[in-house]
Write a protein that binds this ligand. Sequence first.
Ligand code: ADP
Ligand code: MG
Length: 455
Amino acid sequence: MIEESLGGDKSGDSVQHWDAVVYDLRHEYGEDTYKSWISKASFDRIEGACLYLTVPTRFIRDWLLNHFERKIIRMWRKYNDKLIKLHISVQNDPKAVVSKAKPKVKNSDSTNKLMMSLDKRFSFENFVVGPPNEFAYAAARAVSESENPQSGSNPLFLYGGVGLGKTHLMHSIAWYINKNMPTRKVVYITAEKFMYQFIQSLRNNNVMLFKEQYRSADVLMVDDVQFICGKDSTQEEFFHTLNSLIDNNRQVIISADRSPSDLEKMEDRIKSRLGWGLVADIHNTTYELRLGILETKISVQKVVIPSDVVEFLARKITSNVRELEGALNKVIAHTKLTGRTITLDRTQDILSDLLRSNERVVTIADIQKKVAEQYGIKVSDMYSVRRARAVSRPRQIAMYLSKLLTTKSLADIGRSFGGKDHTTVMHATKKIEELARQDREIAEDIKLLKKVLQC
Ligand code: ADP
Ligand code: MG
């Protein structure tokens, strides 16, 4: 079963109230009573002034009604003072009208709620696997398929840049478990919502309920955990939740946009615990993977996109899969709207903004490295004060290219070349422009370097 503890709508609240009542009963009457009786009851629904529960046998129903009817009603009235009646039905009991008409499973309200918040398209079947993500994919599958967490993969820590498929993999895990092991309780939450709910629970004085919700999960997934870096009390709570679940042999899956050790403003002990299990990173896409993703998405859409357009997109939209999908969707929308096959020209037109932002960002360090390689000098010569022509000319070329290909100021560029003055950079830029006009060889070198740096 899957649940997302969001609070908010009425049915979700009711499930949470039931969890709170169970929590209190458990504490008041102890583990034995809880295990034998209370835990057997599942929340069904609230209708008017009546709370409906379901239990597996008549025996349990009678016992609960005899011992706990008034108690449960009293406890529930803390949350909803309209409640005056308790109805317990027996699952699959032909006499019980309610359960016959509508057999319910525990937490079904919140189950439905999570299923709605999970994206249907984010399944393992729709995930295109290639070298950059195959390890993360295999780890996600392994965790989904095993009934119990393996010590080496708990927690599973998935990380990678934005739009590379972390959330897609997490939702896939939830779908998979929901389908194949429906009795396992899966909780998926973003770190942002985790924090929000935690703060709410502090405000409303029901931190215990908050804790219980997460600690009762068989599988807990927290997405984008970098969000709680620097949020001290949320971090603390998260750490305890993490420990409690792992110590109780429940599976925890975390995602972040960077590795555990790179989570700045995260306590060291948390970073270390996050790195204990399996750490799987998703790398930037390759051309082949992008092509594969585009082809898969086109085939479901049943449209025709010429192969030169598809290849163009795969070559140009390199930032992440989300942008790649966005670009493809634009092209598809255009095709459907006009009813004509799209051309490469039109594609460039429609996507001009996106294409511009996907142009590779060149850094001064890249330029220094490539220019040094080209002329067979050391990168450190770029920062030196050596004036020998064999060193100074390449250095001037690197300065010129830095001015041309980056947005840095002359002063910034000077600083990156071992603290030189902005006038030195200006002089170098002018000199190279002049030389490029006169000297074919230099002109060719520059053309080549530009190409290497920008592809
Ligand atoms: P993240 O959570 O890492 O920022 P998402 O999981 O939200 O990224 O992915 C962004 C979009 O790209 C989603 O629509 C997702 O379906 C798609 N996507 C990412 N990787 C793949 C892949 N390997 N195959 C198919 N679709 C992918
Ligand atoms: Mg995400």
